[in-house]
Design a protein around this ligand. Structure first.
Ligand code: GAR
Length: 216
């Protein structure tokens, strides 16, 4: 079966991109990364794309008059590469409603919290300040609201009483690197899809999306 053609949108380090690139190299994995777009030329993730032999493109938001023009350039690049699914992987720009509605069920994001808690920046500091016992990460379909949209999969990470922001972020990141490839395989195999504004999970995928502890 043909592999799902995926683009990753990044702004920085690209460790989630790396996890997706590594997964796509596994024999039989149902998706391939065909394009990486960064809004920042200095993003470390662009080097990861290059090392993996995947085309990387810089679309600098500062060279466009407004968000609509920036998003239109993203859209053109994605369509030119015949992209079927867009994975936001540390992409730190809000997308316009026009862009989001042009990619229904084909635009997903990873966020370092158990949504709907702790949206936006500083999710680990927010979790520590709230004193939660369980934190984690979420892969979700994107809507035009920040860090919102139907949830595809979540991973739980226990908060330890010795945790600071850095130690908690590191453990959540490990979970992200497991969760995003898992969610991508579910999407690529049609086991996770968007239906009437809800994420519908089927078969094996329904159990896969349950919580896990990355220390297991
Ligand atoms: C990741 O923790 C990702 O979940 C987060 O940015 C980091 C990017 O790291 N995304 C968001 O906060 C989106 N709201 P990476 O560049 O190493 O993948």
């Amino acid at each position: 079966m043909a592999k799902l053609r995926v683009a990753a949108l990044i702004s920085g380090r690209g460790s989630n991109l790396q996890a997706l690139l590594d997964a796509c190299r596994r024999p039989g994995f149902p998706a391939e990364i065909v394009l990486v777009i960064s809004n920042r030329a200095e993003a470390e993730g662009l080097k990861r794309a290059e090392r993996a032999g995947v085309p990387g493109l810089v679309v600098d938001h500062r060279s466009f008059a407004d968000r609509e023009a920036f998003d239109a350039a993203l859209d053109r690049a994605l369509r030119a590469a015949d992209v079927q699914l867009v994975c936001l992987a540390g992409f730190m720009r809000l997308l316009t409603p026009g862009f989001v509605s042009a990619w229904p069920g084909r635009l997903v994001n990873i966020h370092p919290s158990l949504l709907p808690s702790f949206k936006g920046l500083g999710s680990h500091a927010q979790a520590l300040a709230a004193g939660v016992a369980i934190h984690g990460c979420t892969v979700h379909f994107v809507t035009s609201d920040l860090d919102a949209g139907p949830i595809i999969a979540q991973a739980a990470v226990p908060v330890q009483n010795t945790d600071d922001e850095a130690s908690l972020a590191a453990r959540v990141l490990e979970a992200e690197h497991r969760l995003y490839p898992l969610a991508l395989s579910m999407l690529a195999e049609g086991r996770a899809r968007l239906e009437n504004g809800r994420a519908v999970l089927q078969g094996r995928g329904a159990a896969d999306r349950m919580l896990f502890n990355p220390a297991d």
